[in-house]
Structures are given as structure tokens and as C-alpha cells.
Design a protein around this ligand. Structure first.
Ligand code: ZN
Length: 301
């Protein structure tokens, strides 16, 4: 067989293979492309549902993230990582809302916030539609602590009333338990070293690192008292949850404006952020979620 003929035959073989396995390519899988609902047609969704009943719904926020990070930081984190998970597992990502519950950040302009009951309702109605088409395994990937109450509520509501199983697989969920802190300070909760590192890894062109500045952190006397007690009584942790990340109007001194001079919640200097730290966090979160999905795929129905 001549070299040219062999190459032609190989070409025909590859084309026919592509035709036969055409729809299968849509399901992504190892090193595949991410599948995003808004980029698919109904034909694609119909074919996908013949192969899988799983869907990932990213949850983030549009809220102040200090002077150096974009308002959409949490959104980019959840969407970008969800797409990485999709590329590895072939599971569809279905974005629903770009805002979250963030009212305690509203002392800084640009922050958007949905009332918890509004957000829960939007997510629940979205789940109802997805279930109607045959999505029966719904995974919420959350990247914003303020959404955790809403997430817990909607997961419970879906599980109690729809023919579907909903679980949380993002930050704060058991799937992500046990990650080491990489900032080198005990308080680095928001737009600090870790989060700036994540954005340097995910959306570097949106980071203004030259504006990064160590904030002046001021805890209210109530919070300071509790922090002192926590050393002896670690079980008081949940009480801190009722004092921090709460709206200014509660007068507990737990809003962003009360605590931080520039919106960053960290005792570290965000200029210490690196792409390498960000890569560790992003890789850990992606791997944990991928492992979970691979395990859940073992349950066929
Ligand atoms: Zn954030």
C-alpha cells in the first residue's frame, strides 16, 4: 500500500470514527471541553441526558473584594472551577445566578445581594425545570460563604420534594473538608492572600495587584471577647458565626465596613499572593469534586 493511499484510508477511518462517536464527544470526559448549558442546543441536552443525569450549578456572588480584585471574584472562582470539573468528568455546568447573599459587604459600592428567600426560590425553580428534563443528580458548587445558608435550604427542599438528589460539593461542604490553610495567618477569610492567589491563577487580567494593601482590621469588643474565650472554649465557634458577616444594621460590628478599612478580611498582606498558592487551592477543590463525581457515577441510578 502506498504511503498516500494509507494516509487517505487513515483519514476516512478517522472521519467515520468521528461520525460514529459524534454525540459521545459532547459528553466531554477526560481532557474534554467543559459543557456549559447556555452554550448547548436542546439537541445537545437531549443527547447528553441519554448518557448522564448529573448537573453542576455554580454559586458565587457579585460583591466587593478589596481594591485589587473584581466584584465577581466568587463568581469566577465557582464558574471556572466548575468548568474544570466538567472538562474532567463530562458533567454539564448550568449557571443560574451571578449574585448571592452579600448584604454585609454593601458598605462598599458595587456589591449586589439577593435576599436568601429570593435566591432559594430561584434555585429551586431552576431545579424543578432541570428535573423535568431528566437531570436527577444536582450538585451545587459554592464559592461564597454567605450563600451557605441558602445552599443548605435549597438542597433540603429539593431532596424533600423532587424526584432528584441534591448535594453540595464546593467550599464548606464535606466533599472539600480538610484542606490546609496556605496564607500563614489564622484570619484570611475574604479577598486576602488565598483568594487573591486564586484569582491570579484563574483570571489574572482582572487582578490589580498594585492596589493590594494590607487592611486595618478592627474587631468589635464583642468579637474580641469571644476570640479570647474561643481559645479555652472552642465549642463557642458558632457564636462567632452570629457576630461576623452580618449586616451593619444589626449593630454587632460584623459587617465588612465595621471590620476592614478596605474590604479585605485578612491579617496578612495580599501582596504575598502567588499564582502557585492559587493553583494549589484550585487543584485541590477540583480534584475533591472530581473524585466525588467519579464515586457517585458508580451508583447507576
Ligand atoms: Zn470571595
Amino acid at each position: 500500500m502506498s504511503k498516500i493511499l494509507r494516509r487517505q484510508l487513515l483519514g476516512i477511518f478517522l472521519i467515520s470514527l468521528a461520525l460514529v462517536s459524534g454525540p459521545a464527544l459532547l459528553t466531554g470526559g477526560p481532557e474534554g471541553k467543559p459543557l456549559v448549558l447556555q452554550e448547548m442546543s436542546w439537541i445537545d441536552v437531549r443527547d447528553y441526558l441519554n448518557t448522564s443525569d448529573m448537573v453542576i450549578i455554580p454559586l458565587g456572588s457579585t460583591e466587593q473584594h478589596g481594591p485589587q480584585l473584581p466584584l465577581g471574584s466568587d463568581w469566577y472562582e465557582t464558574f471556572d472551577i466548575s468548568k474544570m470539573i466538567s472538562a474532567r468528568t463530562g458533567v454539564v455546568v448550568a449557571p443560574v445566578v451571578m449574585a448571592g447573599y452579600s448584604v454585609y459587604h454593601s458598605g462598599f459600592p458595587g456589591t449586589l445581594s439577593l435576599k436568601p428567600e429570593t435566591m432559594e426560590q430561584v434555585l429551586y425553580e431552576t431545579a424543578e425545570m432541570l428535573v423535568k428534563y431528566g437531570f436527577k443528580r444536582i450538585m451545587f458548587f459554592n464559592s461564597h460563604g454567605g450563600n451557605s445558608g441558602v445552599e443548605t435550604a435549597v438542597v433540603r427542599r429539593i431532596n424533600q420534594s423532587l424526584e432528584a438528589i441534591a448535594v453540595a460539593i464546593g467550599e464548606g461542604s464535606p466533599v472539600q473538608a480538610g484542606g490546609e490553610r496556605l496564607a500563614g495567618v489564622w484570619f484570611d477569610e475574604h479577598a486576602g492572600i488565598e483568594e487573591t492567589s486564586m484569582l491570579l491563577r484563574l483570571e489574572p487580567e482582572l487582578v490589580h495587584i498594585e492596589r493590594a494593601e494590607k487592611p486595618v482590621i478592627q474587631f468589635s469588643p464583642k468579637v474580641q471577647e469571644l476570640l479570647g474565650l474561643l481559645e479555652r472554649y472552642p465549642q463557642l465557634g458558632p457564636v462567632l458565626g452570629g457576630l461576623l458577616a452580618v449586616p451593619e444594621e444589626t449593630k454587632k460590628g460584623g459587617s465588612s465596613r465595621d471590620i476592614s478599612s478596605n474590604g479585605i478580611w485578612s491579617l496578612g498582606d495580599p501582596k504575598a499572593a502567588t499564582r502557585e498558592i492559587g493553583d494549589k487551592i484550585v487543584t485541590r477543590q477540583t480534584e475533591n469534586a472530581v473524585k466525588f463525581i467519579q464515586a457517585w457515577k458508580q451508583a447507576v441510578k
